[in-house]
Design a protein around this ligand. Structure first.
Ligand code: FAD
Length: 209
């Protein structure tokens, strides 16, 4: 699915060890040569990296991403939608019946994971098989193995504590004449311009003072 970019998907990140939802979001994501990326994924990584015991949990495959490819439809509505498509394509093979529903790159993967024979005629697909297909599209599971390296980071969490900085001047409360701005400070925000704003505003304040 490398290169596949999706616009209106719902994602959630779960710790399956104790069934805890760590983060959920709605919007854009993309599949890359290494795994997943895009705005919702970047935001989720900021939450994930702070999650307790994260290294062990990643090692043990306890952290999972769930993608809802059809967030506007309930399970029942999606089932009805698929039934309508199947009705239209009733004499076609399963592998040729998903074009209206899914982007091209997703189709072979979904067919494979659905466990339904790709050459099965659409009108022979059972209710049980359809149910599996619906669940796959609403709850597509990806095991999260780790983060990308620091060299590829967009922003960094951590840094000089804001408690040790005078917010009016950006001067250190510990060392006179030392000023901080931007990434070196322990502030970070979602992607979308907030981090640049932090750099500009704190840089301006430090420069003025
Ligand atoms: C790929 C990418 C995409 C991003 N997209 C967004 C976005 O869409 N929206 C957003 O808000 N933020 C985004 N960011 C984050 C944003 O760019 C940073 O938060 C911001 O630029 C930080 O500014 P800064 O001045 O603190 O640090 P930097 O911009 O990192 O500047 C530090 C400078 O110090 C220099 N330097 C380092 N060590 C030394 C040294 N020893 N001597 C002299 N110079 C040194 C470096 O070369 C560098 O020029 C993105 C970052 C990346 C990497």
């Amino acid at each position: 699915m490398q290169g596949l970019s999706l616009k209106n998907v719902k994602i959630s990140i779960k710790d399956v060890e104790n069934n805890k939802q760590i983060y959920d979001d709605f919007g854009e994501m993309l599949f890359t040569h290494f795994g997943v990326s895009g705005p919702t994924i970047l935001s989720s990584s900021a939450h994930l990296i702070r999650y307790k015991d994260i290294t062990r949990k990643l090692d043990e495959n306890k952290i999972r991403l769930y993608i809802d490819f059809k967030p506007a439809l309930s399970l029942e509505e999606l089932d009805k939608r698929i039934l309508r498509d199947f009705e239209e394509f009733k004499n076609k093979d399963f592998k040729n019946s998903l074009e209206k529903l899914l982007p091209q790159k997703l189709i072979p993967v979904i067919i494979d994971l659905s466990g339904i024979n790709q050459n099965k005629k659409v009108n022979e697909i059972t209710k049980e098989e359809r149910k599996r297909l619906v669940e796959l599209l609403k709850n597509f599971e990806v095991i999260i193995k780790g983060f990308r390296p620091i060299e590829e980071a967009i922003i960094t969490a951590g840094g000089v504590s804001t408690k040790e900085i005078n917010p009016k001047t950006m001067e250190s409360k510990l060392v006179k004449g030392l000023y901080f701005a931007g990434e070196i400070i322990d502030v970070d925000a979602y992607t979308g311009g907030f981090n640049l704003q932090i750099a500009y505003s704190t840089g301006f304040a430090a420069g003025q003072n």
